[in-house]
Design a protein. Sequence first.
Length: 202
Amino acid sequence: MAPGPMMSRRQNWRQRRGMSVSALARAAGVSKSTVSELERHHGNPSLDTLWALARALDIPLGFLFSDHDAENVLRIVRQDDASVVTLEQPGYLARLMAAVDANGEIEVYVISMEDGVRRESDSHGFGVMEHAIVVEGEVEIGVGGDTARLATGDLITFAADQPHSYRADGGPARIVSIHQYPRSRPPAGAVDDDDPEAGGQG
């Protein structure tokens, strides 16, 4: 993943939240040096690090990658489009196909999983709903203490503000996952008054 444009947007969000590098690092549970390196366009952050930063900034993950000031009436994303943000781990590939701001963020992912691979996810934040459609194979989905097995064509909707998991069962699987976020809450205002790296509210 090329961190440059994404990290510039993340820095913009930090400044809009009025957060210093130190405050963001504490809130995300990562080191200050990690945040600083990423803002200098160095490093290759993991998916878990990106989720932690997005949660600390109180924004959907897609806000780190998408320009929400642009107005596109028609947008086509091809399956092999190299510009699509790819989140990859062994046996797991998620491609962020769209991020739309429509009275709250909507993200569309296409997820490919190898047989037996399990992906554990923490809460995506308060009020987030997740809709998953299995388009190939079979998938076991765990939400809280409940487990559901979905076949091709099945849909599940659940509150994603709790731990949940996906596991490909009986062969490789593909899922279309839609994350539906509520309208962003007001900035937390986590500012270090004595830290010159803190951005303004404007």
